[in-house]
Write a protein that binds this ligand. Structure first.
Ligand code: ADP
Length: 220
């Protein structure tokens, strides 16, 4: 299965993708995580893209497309992948079509007010990248990761002044992709307009959509 997850920053793409991996048995490919790894490793590429990422603006298409194409060529992606954070522009979607056929695009439809509440309360593990939320997904111990004991921190781009900018970038550049995939009959919407809806409830919908698409794929 080749799945694309669409939705604004903070819609829960990362959280849901890591659950979906278990059901579908294909890797979770997050360009945001890849970007943060490059920055952390202080590679030449990392130095070049840090400024974009910290400001919450998109990295130029040619850079991110190259990075993604390299990742999808690895053997673990042969049977498929769950893409989180890519594509983010029409140009990226077209490049992806040139690399691989997509079976399903899931649109996590979440209003701005909820995104702002969520992101300003999001905590990320410095060591393993696990995601928590001070309101809805609290870690067992304050600021310590349940999974690896790493320190939890607030991402530079989860600071309030950057959140609105990222949302604007999403609505302008990435939201048109919802129609791009709808026109190709690949899109399924998952609406989430309640801040306190637990991620498990949203996941049940995502899981059932994915399982139906998988059955359909097997029959064609
Ligand atoms: P978010 O939580 O906003 O969805 P991500 O963790 O996916 O953010 O990505 C963090 C940053 O990495 C983005 O703000 C952007 O600068 C960069 N980035 C990630 N994926 C892409 C992409 N497909 N195109 C351009 N920039 C990207």
């Amino acid at each position: 299965m080749r799945v694309v997850l669409l939705g604004p920053p903070g819609a829960g793409k990362g959280t849901q993708a890591s659950r979906l991996v278990v059901v579908v048995g294909v890797p979770h490919v997050s360009t945001g995580d890849m970007v943060r790894e490059e920055i952390k490793a202080q590679t030449e590429l990392g130095e070049a893209i840090k400024e974009y990422s910290d400001k919450g603006v998109l990295i130029p298409d040619e850079i991110i497309i190259r990075l993604l194409a390299k990742r999808l060529r690895k053997s673990d992606c042969q049977k498929g992948f769950i893409l989180d954070g890519f594509p983010r522009t029409i140009q990226q979607a077209e490049a992806l079509d040139g690399i691989s056929k997509i079976d399903l695009a899931i649109n996590l439809d979440v209003p701005d007010e909820i995104i702002i509440q969520r992101l300003s309360n999001r905590l990320t593990c410095r060591k393993c990248g696990a995601i928590y939320n001070r309101l809805t997904m609290k870690p067992r111990r304050t600021n310590i990761c349940d999974k690896c004991d790493g320190e939890l921190y607030q991402r530079e781009d989860d600071k309030p002044e950057v959140i609105q900018k990222r949302l604007n970038v999403y609505r302008k550049n990435t939201e048109p992709l919802v129609e791009y995939y709808r026109r190709r009959s690949l899109l399924k919407d998952v609406h989430c307009d309640d801040l306190m809806t637990p991620p498990e409830v949203t996941f049940e919908r995502i899981k059932s959509i994915t399982e139906s698409a998988r059955k359909e794929k097997e029959h064609t």
